[in-house]
Design a protein around this ligand. Sequence first.
Ligand code: TRP
Length: 320
Amino acid sequence: MRILSGIQPSGKLHLGNYFGMMRPSLQLQEKGEAYLFIANYHALTSVHNAEKIRQSTLNVALDFLACGLDPERTVFFRQSDVPEVHELSWLLSTVTPMGLLERCHSYKDKTAKGIAANHALFAYPVLMASDILIYQSNIVPVGRDQKQHVEVTRDIAIKFNNEFGEVFTIPEPSIQSDMAVISGTDGQKMSKSYGNTIELFASPKETKTTIMKKIVTDSTPLEDPKDPENCNVFALYKLFANDEQLAEMETNYRGGNYGYGHAKKALLSIFNETFAPFREKREELANNLDYVDEVLSKGAEKARATATETLDKARTAVGL
Ligand code: TRP
């Protein structure tokens, strides 16, 4: 069984990314043959700044390797190291109805906001279909916002297979159910665009400031009992804590004489405990960029072998 996912290189990763997308995709390493790539071609639909693209691509690679991606188990690569996806993308566009792309939410949302669409933004789902189909993927773990794109991929694959013979495996989306619920410092969904994130690899000092000063709490006095279910600090603590730790904090909240400052300190210390080993690993990797590059190049080599095989079949099927 082949599991594939892609991540766009954009900005610094935060706790929402970690618990929503990174950890679940790292857990999938255990379940089958995993392919994971950094979608830098897709990033070009919105970022036109070479240095930024290069830097974010490297950051995503460092973050994933630091947080436990095992390159022996997961084929990890840059999308742009397999340019074959573009040729397949062209073949797929010949069976893609305009209407199918016009209905895509991500495109409609952006144009509705007044963002001028370029052709790449419109064609984005076809390239994504090519990413998925070229590796004959069975399962595609994505967030809710990408589900429609996987459905579009299925439509395209079925149409192509009907018209030209069985070339592609029909993939299934696998939706991360806990994806949407990670709340930021203000209680809204954690997102870079809301400015309410807690970054994974900020300096220890910055992390401390964010947790101690930015998380919004109500003004219940120290002595009074507090409701853990309606507290941003507790919601974040819950992501890290085991049952015992959680029960202890809950008792503290309900008992009174336990302030939000105490809870924040507990959150900071569990955050540091969890990420200290990853931070150390990330520093090591950042000092050994040749190794990182080698991992990505080897991943690309493997990915490319699979991609070439599929592309050859597709070319033959259409008459090239
Ligand atoms: N569009 C995806 C996102 O923004 C990234 C992506 C590109 C992707 N190609 C993919 C995800 C293929 C899964 C499979 O999150």
